[in-house]
Structure formats: structure tokens, C-alpha cells
Design a protein around this ligand. Structure first.
Ligand SMILES: Cc1cc2nc3c(=O)[nH]c(=O)nc-3n(C[C@H](O)[C@H](O)[C@H](O)COP(=O)(O)OP(=O)(O)OC[C@H]3O[C@@H](n4cnc5c(N)ncnc54)[C@H](O)[C@@H]3O)c2cc1C
Length: 390
């Protein structure tokens, strides 16, 4: 088996759950990221932009990040959820700002897979597989944790719908050729009156209001958008009218899995940096790793990172086997998010003053982690989902 293991020895810990093909996929992704992306990660953060050439490279073979979950029938890669997690972890390790690219492709593809007609699947999935980008606009101008309370509306007309309202934090909306967007078709029914729509191109009435600034995950760009009498033709309704919230949550219940894998990747990167530093940094004649006050928290973190990965792999396998996994998705997502927070915090402490220095990646990891963990539902919302399933 050809695999270039890192210090956190993920291979030893979890290879037992992976096929030879998945181990190979992991190694290939890791090598590709190390060569093409890691050298650019700092610049991406500094400039707050992912170069267009890099985006195009990542959408082309061998990675084809937008094609991963698209079935082979639509010219996609037909990867399993576990395969996608294996890739997402390596992307999160190398440059978390690129995970949103993986995630919006997952959101768009699963929207079509779960809600699309055969014609819509043929039309959009095929183009997604060929390197086009689709995004996902659920979060309204109000709290993202309460999509049922969204204010955006879609009024029925003779030939379609007219949308009005605001959408926040629409990731990579600028480079997306397609959008899945949710609005209320029956506002009087609350959460039971929401519908999903597919937008194509940048139609009249889709107004970019601002680029949402963040302290971390810089390079990933999210936009606040206004829907100003935006017309959507009847055939672009996604799924059944008024059943959009169910669809939106079903999509998230799947895509949160690879997001947890991305969190695990960044946690592992912070952990590796801390272990390497602790072994090299000598204080009073011995490496700080020889102090249990340093090595024991690192041991605990090693266990948490393994647990995050295992929870993520478990739910990925459950999804791939067609099992119900609402509780398991949210368990993996909140546990991986909390592990990420402990990883960046510990790494920062272990590095002393260097934890805040731009000479080391840990200050970037810290900013990335705190800018990222709310994506696709906060830790508290995941715990709410779990508690309702207990
Ligand atoms: C990096 C990133 C990318 C994103 N990309 C997209 C995208 O592409 N498309 C999109 O539609 N959205 C996107 N979002 C938005 C994301 O889904 C929301 O940020 C998220 O749902 C939380 O909403 P909020 O930020 O409005 O927080 P709020 O909902 O206002 O929550 C505020 C606080 O209240 C807590 N809280 C809320 N309800 C409860 C409760 N019942 N019990 C306990 N605590 C509670 C929350 O946990 C949080 O701590 C993105 C967010 C991030 C960070």
C-alpha cells in the first residue's frame, strides 16, 4: 500500500474502515493538495481570494470537486459519501477556504438528487459534473437557525414565480452558474409553506448587495443578495411546492457529513503543527513535549480527532447503506466542530507567542475555525437535533 502518512498517523488509526481504493484516493488527494494548494494557502488568506486558475484546476481532473457526488449516469464521478469525506478531510487539512467549494457542490448535487425531476437532473447535474458551479441559498436575512421563519417570498404567477427578499452568506455565489434557493410560496403556512427553486445564470432581480467579510476562511467568498422581483419559470421549481423546508433539511442532513470531515482535517493540521513544535521547542534543556502539561492534552486531542473521524466515517457509511442517520449526522458535526475548536486553541497555547505569529499557520487556523463552525447549522442547533432524537 502506497501511503505517505502524516504525524497524526490517520492511516494506522482508521485504515481498517477504508477500502484500498479509498486509501489510494486519500493519498492522491493529499499529494495533490500538498503540491498545488498548500503553498498557496497563506496567500489565499492574505489576499482573501482563491485564484480563478486554482478553482478551475480543482474542478478539472483528477479532483473534479464539483463532480464527486454526481452519479456516473450524469457524467459524474459517482463517489460514495465516505469517498467524499476522505477527500474533504485532505482539503480541510491543506486549505479550509476551499472546503466551501466542496460543500456548495454537495449541497447543489444533493438538492437535485433528492428533489429534481429527471429532466432537471440531466440538465444541471451533467453541467455540474463538467466543472460548472452551483450554490445554495437558504439563510435569510433573519437567524439562520430558524429557516422556517424566513421572510423571502415567491408569489405564483401564470408562468412561474416572482421572488422577493434577502439571502445571506451565499457561498461562492459570484462564481456560481446555478443556485438552489428557498422562499415562501405560502407564507401563511410558516415552515410548511417554503419551496425550493433553481436559478440559472445571474437573472434580472438577483442583486448582489455585499461581500460578507470574515476574519477567517478568507478566500472563500460569501455574498448577501437581494431578490428584487426575480422571475423564476414554473419548470424551475425544485421538488413539490410548499415542501422546500423538508428538502432543505434533508440536503443538510447529508452534506453536514463531509463538512465534519473538513473540520477533522483542519483539527489534524493544527494538531500536527503543535506536536511538531512541542518536539522541537526546547525549554530549560528539554523539549516541551516531555512535560506532561503539554503531552497529555495532546494525547487527549489525538483521541478526539480519531473520534471525530470515526463518527464521520460511521455516518458516511450509514448514508451509503441507505440507513436513516439524522442523529448520527448531527453528532458527527457538532463533535467535529468542538474538536476543531479545542485543536486550534491547544495548538495556539503550545506554540506560546508563536501561536499568534503569522510565521506559523496556527493563528490562521484559529481564525478559520471560528469563521467556519456555524456553517450548515451551529453546534447548538446540532445538539438540538440530537436531543430531539434521544
Ligand atoms: C462559512 C459559512 C458559510 C455559509 N454558507 C452558507 C451558504 O452557502 N448558504 C446559506 O444559505 N447559508 C450559509 N451560511 C449560513 C449558516 O447556515 C448560518 O450562519 C447558520 O445557520 C447560523 O445562523 P446565524 O449565523 O444567523 O446564527 P443565529 O441563527 O442567529 O444563531 C445565533 C446563536 O444562537 C444559537 N441558537 C439559535 N437557536 C438556538 C436554539 N434553539 N437553542 C440554542 N441555541 C440556539 C446559535 O447556536 C448561535 O450560537 C454559512 C455560514 C458560514 C459560517
Amino acid at each position: 500500500m502506497n501511503c505517505s502518512c502524516r504525524t497524526y498517523k490517520e492511516a494506522v488509526m482508521t485504515d481498517v474502515f477504508l477500502t484500498d481504493a479509498q486509501i489510494k484516493l486519500r493519498g492522491q488527494t493529499r499529494d495533490y493538495m500538498a503540491q498545488e494548494v498548500t503553498p498557496l494557502a497563506e496567500k489565499i488568506d492574505r489576499d482573501d481570494v482563491v485564484p480563478e486558475t486554482l478553482v478551475r484546476k480543482l474542478l478539472a481532473p483528477p479532483l473534479r470537486l464539483t463532480a464527486m457526488s454526481v452519479p456516473k449516469d450524469y457524467n459524474g464521478m459517482g463517489l460514495s459519501t465516505l469517498d467524499v469525506c476522505v477527500v474533504a478531510e485532505q482539503v480541510g487539512y491543506a486549505c479550509p477556504a476551499l472546503i466551501p467549494l466542496v460543500e456548495i457542490a454537495q449541497l447543489f448535487a444533493h438538492g437535485l438528487l433528492f428533489g429534481g425531476t429527471e429532466q432537471q437532473k440531466k440538465n444541471y447535474l451533467t453541467r455540474l459534473a463538467n466543472g460548472m458551479v452551483g450554490c445554495y441559498a437558504l439563510t435569510d436575512e433573519g437567524p439562520g437557525s430558524d429557516p422556517a421563519g424566513m421572510k423571502s417570498t415567491a408569489a405564483k404567477t401564470e408562468k412561474g414565480y416572482v421572488l422577493n427578499g434577502r439571502k445571506r452568506l451565499v457561498t461562492f455565489a459570484d462564481i456560481s452558474e446555478f443556485y438552489i434557493l428557498f422562499a415562501k410560496t405560502s407564507p401563511e403556512k410558516g415552515g410548511k409553506g417554503i419551496s425550493g427553486f433553481i436559478l440559472e445564470g445571474k437573472p434580472e432581480g438577483l442583486v448582489f448587495e455585499s461581500h460578507a467579510q470574515t476574519m477567517g476562511l478568507r478566500g472563500h467568498r460569501a455574498f448577501n443578495i437581494r431578490l428584487d422581483n426575480l422571475f423564476v419559470p414554473e419548470q424551475n421549481l425544485l421538488g413539490k411546492a410548499d415542501e422546500g423546508l423538508k428538502l432543505a433539511l434533508e440536503i443538510l442532513n447529508t452534506t453536514r457529513i463531509s463538512l465534519a470531515a473538513g473540520f477533522t482535517g483542519l483539527a489534524a493540521a493544527a494538531f500536527d503543527t503543535a506536536v511538531k513544535f512541542a518536539k522541537q521547542r526546547t525549554v530549560a534543556g528539554k523539549p516541551i513535549m516531555e512535560n506532561q502539561a503539554i503531552s497529555f492534552p495532546l494525547s487527549e486531542l489525538a483521541a478526539r480527532i480519531d473520534a471525530s473521524r470515526l463518527l464521520t466515517y460511521r455516518v458516511a457509511l450509514m448514508h451509503d447503506k441507505g440507513m436513516r442517520h439524522k442523529k448520527e449526522t448531527s453528532l458527527a458535526k457538532f463533535y467535529a466542530a468542538e474538536t476543531l475548536v479545542s485543536a486550534v486553541e491547544l495548538a495556539s497555547r503550545v506554540l506560546g507567542a508563536y501561536g499568534a505569529s503569522p510565521d506559523y499557520p496556527v493563528e490562521r487556523y484559529l481564525r478559520d475555525a471560528f469563521s467556519w463552525i456555524a456553517a450548515q447549522g451551529t453546534i447548538e442547533v446540532q445538539k438540538l437535533v440530537v436531543s430531539r432524537e434521544l
